[in-house]
Every structure is written in C-alpha cells, then in structure tokens.
Design a protein around this ligand. Structure first.
Ligand SMILES: NC(=O)c1ccc[n+]([C@@H]2O[C@H](COP(=O)([O-])OP(=O)(O)OC[C@H]3O[C@@H](n4cnc5c(N)ncnc54)[C@H](O)[C@@H]3O)[C@@H](O)[C@H]2O)c1
Length: 340
C-alpha cells in the first residue's frame, strides 16, 4: 500500500477523495487540516462510510515546523494531494493578502517537504478559474490562462507556475495539476457532503438551502447573457467523480505511465448547464418548488465555461460516472442528513 498525505482532508473535495482512496484498497491515507474552513466531524463520517479510521493532524501547513514534524513522523510517504487552500472568490477580493499568504505559503511548504523528505509525487488542486473569460469553448488544457478575475484565481495560476518550475529542476519528481470545473453533490450514501459556510456563494448549496427552507428565496444573477436561456452556463461535476480522478492520477504517476513530469488535466463533465436548467432539474427531480427571483448580473461572473476532458479520459482512463440527477439527489439527501 502506498502512503498518501492529503492536505485539506477535512474539506469538501478532500474528504470525498479520502473515501475513494480508501475504497480503492491501494492507499493508506493521512490528513493534515487545521480545520480553518471545516468542522471536526468529517473523520467520523469517513469512518462511517468506509469502516476505516483516518488520522487528521490539526496543523497549519503554513507553519513549516509543525508541518515538517508531521511529514517526518509519517515518512516514508509516496505522495501528497494538496487540497488545503482558501477558495471563496468574493473573500479573496476583499482580503487578497490573506489568500496569497495561505494558498502560496502552504504550497511552498508542501514543495519544500517533497524535496526535503523525498516525496516523489504531488497532485495539486487547481481550478478552471485560471482560464478567465475564454472566447472558445469547450476549454482544453491547451487553452491559455487568461486574466485572473480575482486574487483566488491568481493564487492558482501562481501555484501552477511554482509547481512547473519545481518539476523543471527535479526530473524525478512527478506533479499533476488538476483543473476542476464545478464540483457539486455529495457521497451517494448521503452521509458526507459540502458543509457550506454561513453564506455560500455556489449555486448548489444555495439551491439546497432554498429547497429545504433555510433561505426564503434565491436569486438568479443575470438572465440577459448570450446563452440559450440568458443565465450563466457552468460545467457541474459530481464530487465523487472528481475524487476518483485523484485516485487515477496517483495510480498514473506511481505506475510511471506519465511521459511528462508535470501533467495538466481538466476535470469537468463536458456538459454546460445553465443556472435556470439546474433550478428546473432540481424541482423536477425532488418535486420541491424553489422560490427564486430573476436578478441583475453579478460582478466577476463570466457568461459560460465548460470543459473538454478528453485528455483525462485518454491518459487516466477516467470518466464521469454520475450525471445531474445523482448530483442533485445526493446533495439533497446530504442536506436532509446534515439538518438532523
Ligand atoms: N470546491 C470548488 O468548487 C473548487 C473548484 C476548483 C478548485 N478547488 C480547489 O480544491 C481544493 C479543495 O476545495 P474544497 O472545496 O474541498 O475546499 P474546502 O474549503 O472545503 O476545503 C479546504 C480545506 O483545507 C483546510 N485548510 C485551508 N488552509 C489550510 C492550511 N493553511 N493548513 C491546513 N489546512 C488548511 C480547510 O480547513 C479545509 O478543510 C482547494 O484548493 C480549492 O481551491 C475547489
């Protein structure tokens, strides 16, 4: 079994990835998460789903002494999946320094640890936000990075650059940069899902909160975009599919299937879905009416983005298992469970 350190393992995508890594049977996993953006119960939920206890070190990865101590204790380590970061776009606009400090210092310490403790493989959480407002859809890995729309997206662009420079002068080190589109949904058991912050900004948690009645109403931001129904189009992808891609990415580098030591993959479903289509799908699938209003465009939103994920299919042998129905039903089940 290969030992993998998962940073941010208490978070939304990290916890689902821990579940899929355990289920694969190939990996022994340890999480490092300071709980700055998550709550304590995650490891219990993972145990409930997988039957396996996972250790989480409650350590700030920006604190190099504390982080290296964990790495030393857990060495030898076969790979790191680095999820830990702040990810809220409006917050990054209001507090850019906080975002650069956390997202870049943590990555620098991860790279230092890879060098110092001879950790040969790294998977990095990047984002489709690095593409900015693209002209040509769908987006492939060859689509050039655009103007970052916010400091958060800029930290991902810089992070990718830092890893590319590191792999350049460490030929035996392998990195995979995974550019996620819009992860949604929850574990199909409904026992683990997204723990949205006080005021979520993403569509799916807002739909769930409106559906269940925590929110009185929700707003559709912009209905005059040049899209098929005027609302924004995004590429939603089930979080378990995203998690599975990490399992495949690790197997890819560990089995030395990669020809470059820094590979980039888009992770999207390839289907663009509009905000209004998602609202209507929720109403149809759950039978629950949503109270929504049509409003003005929101600053910083791009009209449409969706992915071409052919490269991940070809090289990683990865494909989405779940569609919109599973995204909605799993999130709805989780919403009910977490309200109990
Ligand atoms: N969720 C999305 O829509 C999305 C899309 C594209 C990319 N990403 C990226 O994927 C990664 C995971 O996202 P998520 O949705 O699971 O976020 P999340 O906020 O749910 O999880 C991140 C976890 O990292 C931890 N963390 C943050 N800074 C830390 C630090 N300095 N030391 C230790 N732990 C720290 C938090 O406590 C949290 O549990 C992030 O890098 C994010 O930027 C997310």
């Amino acid at each position: 079994m290969k030992k993998i350190i998962v940073t941010g393992g208490n978070g939304y995508i990290g916890s689902h990835t821990l579940i899929q890594l355990i289920k694969s049977g190939d990996f022994q996993v340890v999480s490092v998460d300071n709980l700055s953006r998550s709550a304590k119960g995650t490891m219990d939920r993972i145990e409930q789903i997988t039957g396996q206890k996972v250790t989480n070190y409650e350590v700030d990865i920006c604190d190099s002494d504390a982080f290296f101590k964990v790495i030393e204790q857990e060495s030898p380590i076969d790979g790191i999946i680095h999820f830990a970061a702040y990810k809220c776009v409006p917050e990054s606009v209001d507090e850019p320094v906080k975002y650069y400090r956390n997202n870049l210092n943590s990555l620098l310490n991860v790279l230092d640890a890879c060098e110092k403790y001879h950790i040969p493989n790294l998977i990095f959480s990047s984002s489709c936000s690095i593409y900015g407002d693209v002209e040509k859809l769908p987006v492939t890995e060859a689509t050039p990075a655009g103007q970052a729309a916010c400091p958060y997206a800029h930290t991902k662009q810089i992070g990718e650059g830092m890893i590319q420079a590191f792999t350049h002068n460490h030929p035996d080190f392998n990195a995979i940069l995974l550019r996620y589109f819009n992860p949604v949904g929850a574990d199909m058991s409904g026992l683990n899902g997204e723990l949205s912050p006080d005021k979520p900004n993403n569509l799916m948690p807002i739909i769930m909160e409106t559906g269940i009645g925590i929110r009185k109403e929700m707003m559709v931001y912009g209905t005059d975009y040049d899209t098929r129904d005027g609302s924004c189009i995004r590429d939603y992808i089930h979080v378990t599919d995203i998690a599975d891609a990490h399992v495949k990415a690790l197997q890819f580098v560990i089995n030395q299937k990669n020809t470059n030591n820094c590979e980039i993959f888009n992770l999207g479903s390839g289907n663009g879905i509009s905000v209004l289509e998602m609202l209507h799908a929720f109403e149809k699938i759950t039978g629950q009416k949503l109270n929504y209003r049509l409003g003005e465009r929101r600053q910083g939103d791009i009209p449409a983005i969706y992915s071409n994920s052919e490269k991940a299919r070809k090289l990683l042998g990865w494909e989405c298992q779940y569609g919109v129905e599973e995204m909605i039903l799993s999130a709805w089940k989780w919403e009910h469970n977490r309200q109990k």
